[in-house]
Design a protein around this ligand. Structure first.
Ligand code: NAD
Length: 291
């Protein structure tokens, strides 16, 4: 299958790599030329220097981009170059609205747009064990499902266009509170002078265990955040969630608080760091109260 993969960031790099390793003909594009060239020297594939060229021959176009605005820009540049029958699989986390709009525009030219946001973090992307939430035309979904299984252990079609993004929003609502609660629990254990390794060992077997605890607690205790899911992107996700909830007239009190904490985070943590750097804010808030 000829695949154009656009966006070789922390997630896309690995996902495109899995496709190449499974024998797909992959053409990659990223405005960061160095990333694209390094990808090509690591995996078997072709680098394209322009967006338009990257997707001209593709049967499937895949995107893993930061947000709505980058997706819209890439779509606007590529759309006229797509052949009828092309399936566009978007792995970015975006609004449900843009997924519905691009799906409707695509349909007019026999291009299927599938919203397919992912969960499982960079480790899931690297190990090929992501969870993928799909929305859009079901026939197109069934065609691409075996391809995305190259980097996913769970792939589910959830309904019409936008359903994948709405499911991802539900996921982010659930994880937001867990991340901040983990920061509070670990900072509390530190402050009480407990052996935090032992505390974690106990909690992992107890009722507070979670994906965040398994995958982030050690980084939080060691203050090592230069990896993973940036706080900039998490802030964007919670913004999307709060906008959608506002349209429903639904209050999300915990999500709102975590969004505010992420807003303040830039004063103590680099925005490119994983959002579990909320831990630093928790530590500093305590130190401020003490002085
Ligand atoms: P990233 O910032 O590491 O990568 C984004 C890539 O897109 C970069 O390589 C950038 O150069 C490229 N890009 C930016 N603008 C572009 C444009 N106009 N045209 C082409 N390429 C462009 O982000 P990421 O962490 O890989 O996340 C990608 C998407 O996946 C985001 O929507 C994010 O919310 C979602 N996501 C990330 C994680 C994670 O753990 N990192 C987990 C789940 C979902």
């Amino acid at each position: 299958m000829e695949i154009s993969f656009i966006g070789l960031g922390r997630m896309g790099w690995h996902m495109a790599g899995h496709l190449a390793n499974r024998g797909h003909e992959v053409t990659v594009y990223d405005p960061n030329n160095l990333a694209a060239k390094t990808w090509c020297s690591t995996f078997s594939g072709t680098v394209s220097t322009t967006l338009a060229r990257s997707c001209a021959k593709a049967e499937v176009v895949m995107t893993a981009l930061p947000a709505d605005s980058q997706l819209q820009q890439v779509w606007d540049t590529c759309f006229e170059h797509l052949a009828p029958g092309t399936i566009w699989v978007d792995h970015s986390t975006t609004s449900a609205q843009i997924a519905r709009e691009l799906s409707a525009k695509g349909k007019a030219q026999m291009v299927s747009f599938i919203d397919a946001p992912v969960s499982g973090g960079t480790v899931g992307a690297e190990t090929g064990s992501l969870t993928i939430m799909g929305g859009g035309d079901e026939t197109a979904w069934l065609k691409i499902q075996p391809i995305i299984e190259c980097y996913a252990s769970k792939t589910t079609w959830l309904g019409a266009s936008g359903a994948g993004q709405l499911t991802k929003m539900a996921n982010q609502i659930c994880v937001a509170g867990i991340g901040q609660a983990l920061a509070e629990g670990l900072a509390f254990a530190e402050r009480e002078g407990l052996d935090t390794k032992q505390v974690l060992d106990v909690m992992r077997k107890g009722s507070s265990t979670s994906w965040m605890m398994e995958n982030r607690s050690e980084a939080m205790l060691n203050s090592e955040y230069n990896f993973g899911f940036s706080s900039t992107l998490m802030k964007k996700d919670l913004g999307l969630v709060l906008q959608e909830a506002q349209q429903l007239g639904m209050p999300l009190p915990v999500t709102e608080v975590v969004a505010q904490l992420l807003d303040q985070l830039t004063t103590v943590a680099d925005p490119s760091w994983d959002w579990c750097s909320l831990m630093e804010q928790q530590r500093q808030a305590h130190q401020k109260n003490e002085s």
